[in-house]
Design a protein around this ligand. Structure first.
Ligand code: F0G
Length: 421
């Protein structure tokens, strides 16, 4: 695999984070793989029967398709071994015959970040890094902290000092990282981190190409679970847009490797108050950063770093980008909960988005649709508590009763009523 600039194509050195010629983001090019097609499919299927960590990990199982790292010294928590769930209520809510959720919140630290972090920290540790740093709205922080702890590398995270989930900060502290709260938003934190010297500290935001290599394997995990059957639409939330770049790359590589015969169309969903990419997609031109505002705090990002890569992926898949408002995200999140699954707010942008795309006629009711859930329901319990405590929903969430008889009557009533949303 070779490391190139994703904008101008210039060769790059392994200790750089940006192109020395044009400042663009770097990306690995797969080149001529050692194994492809049916032989690769069989190798992957055989590994699913193994008990070795590197085979059970839904990242390292695809190690032939990753940058060359010593497979005997990987930093893994058995990440990306995640389920694909059907979602009946979600489907009828969106106006679809059926849909499924790829739940990346079922990763070791509760978000999709683990798939990238296992590769980024393996690389950092094998390069002798002593300190890993990231800017974060919470999930990158928690994931980096866990993998850095496993690797014996110190971890420092920069987060906005207000407006992110406290559970994520607590989780990050639990893993032993130093948390620096900045007087600014995610974009300001990332600008600071981008100014650090990557030869002195391992910068593990998604501008790090090793992160993208790890995250692209979620595309393989999805396709493998579907017997390599390609969905019509693949829908995910977009913030800094590293994940869109990663999935797009994964699908393209699966096609080049003969594992699939076409690409799914990628739909990226942003929160309306943090939607510079949706505007750019609709109107063209360059990225114009915004001051982000949304209650889906994980995607409260106004200047997405990976927009150029992500735009190429959306276009090459004949995909789309739209924005949905916070109320739509809140309601969609509650529906996903009632499918018995649950997720954090940002993840639910995918269901709110597909509902809007069906209403607009972009997605057809009979289309084969996969939504990505990026974070676990327990990532933001304060948000859920606040949603259920609003007066209109309180009666549904908590039964007020003065005495035992009332309570039993209410339960009896519920037992005879039809189930439903
Ligand atoms: N969903 C969740 C739960 C996230 O935490 C993030 C990003 C996204 C979606 C968007 O992914 O940035 O690759 O487009 N969270 C980052 C963080 C920014 O710091 O945890 P993206």
């Amino acid at each position: 695999m070779t490391l190139l600039c994703s904008d101008c194509g210039a060769a790059a050195s392994d200790d750089a984070l940006f192109c020395a010629v044009c400042g663009g983001l770097l990306a690995f090019e797969l080149g001529e793989p050692r194994i492809a097609g049916p032989a690769l499919r069989s190798l992957l299927a055989a590994r699913r029967l193994s008990n070795e960590h590197r085979d059970r990990s839904g990242v390292w199982r695809y190690r032939e398709l990753l940058p060359a790292l010593d497979p005997d010294r990987i930093v893994t928590l058995r990440e990306n071994d995640v389920p694909l769930y059907g979602g009946c209520l979600g489907a009828s809510y969106a106006g679809l015959d059926a849909l499924s959720y790829l739940h990346l919140g079922m990763n070791p630290t509760g978000s999709f970040k683990d798939a990238g972090m296992t590769v980024a920290l393996t690389h950092a540790a094998q390069n002798g890094a002593r300190l890993a740093v990231c800017a974060s709205t919470g999930n990158t922080a928690a994931s980096m902290a866990a993998y850095a702890a496993r690797a014996g590398v110190k971890a420092v995270v920069l987060v906005p000092s207000t407006g992110i989930s406290e559970s994520k900060v607590a989780q990050t502290l639990d893993y032993g990282a130093t948390v620096l709260g900045i007087d600014g938003d995610f974009d300001a934190a990332l600008a600071t981190v981008r100014g650090l010297d990557p030869r002195r500290v391992a910068i593990v935001n998604s501008v790090n190409p090793y992160r993208i290599e790890g995250q692209k394997t979620a595309a393989f995990v999805l396709l493998e679970q579907r017997g390599w059957k390609v969905p019509d639409w693949f829908v995910l939330p977009g913030g800094n847009l590293g994940n869109t770049s990663a999935f797009g790359k994964g699908f393209r590589e699966a096609l080049a490797l003969g594992l699939i015969d076409r690409l799914p169309r990628i739909a990226v969903i942003q929160a309306a108050g943090a939607a510079p990419f949706a505007r750019l997609f609709a109107e063209g031109g360059e990225m114009i950063p915004v001051k982000a505002q949304t209650t889906a705090t994980a995607i409260k990002i106004g200047a997405p770093a990976s927009w150029k890569k992500a735009l190429r992926e959306v276009h090459s898949s004949d995909g789309t980008v739209i924005a949905v408002d916070d109320a739509a995200i809140a309601d969609a999140r509650a529906v996903i909960g009632r499918d018995g699954i649950g997720c954090e707010p940002a993840s639910a942008a995918s269901l709110a988005g597909v509902k809007a795309l069906v209403a607009a006629g972009t997605v057809q009711p009979g289309d084969d649709v996969v939504l990505v859930l990026t974070g676990h329901v327990l990532k933001d319990t304060a948000y859920a508590a606040s949603y259920h405590s609003s007066p209109a929903r309180f009666a549904n969430a908590i039964v007020h009763t003065r005495d035992q008889v009332d309570l039993l009557a209410r339960i009896d009533e519920l037992a005879t009523a039809r189930a439903g949303v």
